[in-house]
Design a protein around this ligand. Structure first.
Ligand code: ADP
Ligand code: MG
Length: 351
């Protein structure tokens, strides 16, 4: 096992810089998730740690070794990809042991390691099957098994669940979390799915355009985002953002016809602010500031899509049965302590 340290890591493709000086420490045994929208540089950064992509500038250390210029095979890492790329003519056991066989490991050792990995992954009874006779989830487990038998110090996953259907994704999410608990290795996991990030990570790294926006434990990012991007990215449905104006030591929110007074240092009288309100913190009540455009009842939870007379849109989450229906005029309330404010220019959180 080993931790991973990135210092001022930069990646350029020709003239185009895509990773802009990343500083990040990942502890030994930690489950770290890189999350961010498509194209933000998650895969590039992971592939640089794996050694599959050359590092243009900065330093990558694994354990206490500087691996920046080392070959992938020397780094003590194993990577699991979105596409499992199993050999169709080989059995599960042969697929898992193939890397070790190519590296000339003795047969008895390979058998032992494959048996251990298949026990961890509950693949024991499938060892003689070919990939064609496996479900998508089982194939992905074989791909993970291939990584386990190599006994890496660091596991790297690049969106490994994206090809699975929703139900299997949830199941594999739990499996990978369990795997992490059982083998305790350092894991770095890339996803664009904030729910995966929230449920699996010890530590989330939110990336945007090749830069880190914020690093933190899942609930810390949810409760205490540093900026509008992180506030909007973490949480589902996303946080609502409305315009507000500072008046008399509080913030008027014209869309809601409300004044809110969160305990933050406000900018000067008359300044514009962005008001962030999570759908799950808004409460529908009497009033006529908003119109219900659409409702979705999912059973345990319902969503109401509202628009204001000022032309702003927002979503409200209601527990249990929906209290509002399409076409209703309603008002909204929220506790002051739930309200977040952001600077409209820098998008930084006001604290
Ligand atoms: P993500 O995995 O977060 O979706 P990537 O790491 O794949 O994003 O890509 C980050 C950025 O680097 C994107 O703008 C992408 O177009 C660019 N990029 C990735 N690979 C190459 C390449 N081989 N040549 C040029 N640009 C690349
Ligand atoms: Mg990617």
């Amino acid at each position: 096992m080993a931790g991973v340290e990135l210092s001022n890591v930069i990646k350029r493709y020709g003239d185009v810089q895509v990773i802009h000086g990343i500083d990040l420490g990942i502890e030994e045994g930690e489950f770290c998730v890189f999350v961010g929208p498509s194209g933000c540089g998650k895969s590039t950064l992971l592939r640089m740690i794996a050694g599959l992509e050359e590092t243009t500038g900065g330093q990558i250390t694994i354990g206490d070794r500087d691996v920046t210029r080392e070959d992938p095979s020397q780094r003590g890492v194993a990577m699991v990809f979105q596409t499992y790329a199993l050999y169709p003519h080989m059995t599960v056991a042969e697929n898992m042991g193939f890397g070790l066989k190519m590296n000339g490991h003795p047969k008895a050792e390979i058998t032992e390691k494959v048996a251990e990995a298949s026990r961890i992954l509950k693949l024991d009874t499938y060892l003689k099957r070919k990939p064609a006779a496996l479900s998508g989830g089982q194939r992905q487990r074989v791909a993970i098994g291939r990584a386990i038998v190599r006994g890496p110090e660091v596991f790297l996953f690049d969106e490994p669940l994206s090809n699975l259907d929703a139900e299997l994704r949830v199941e594999m999410r739990v499996e990978i979390a369990r795997l992490h608990k059982e083998i305790g290795a350092t894991m770095i996991y890339v996803t664009h799915d904030q729910v995966e990030a929230m449920t699996m990570a010890d530590k989330i790294v939110v990336l945007r355009d090749g830069r880190i926006e914020q690093v933190g434990a899942p609930l810390d990012l949810y409760r205490d985002p540093d900026n509008r991007f992180v506030a909007g990215f973490i949480g589902s449905p996303s946080m609502n953002f409305l315009t507000g104006v500072v008046r008399g030591g509080a913030v008027e929110v014209p869309a809601l016809g409300l004044t809110v007074a969160p305990a933050v240092t406000l900018p000067s009288e008359g300044s514009d602010v962005i008001v962030g309100l999570r759908p799950e913190h808004l409460v529908v009540g009497a009033g006529d500031a908003l119109t219900v455009d659409l409702t979705e009842a999912l059973g345990g939870v319902s969503y109401a899509y509202l628009s204001s007379a000022t032309g702003e849109k927002l979503i409200v989450e209601e527990r249990g049965d929906l209290r509002s229906s399409e076409g209703d005029r309603v008002g909204l309330t929220i506790e002051d302590r739930r309200v977040m404010l952001f600077d409209p220019r820098t998008e930084a959180r006001l604290r």
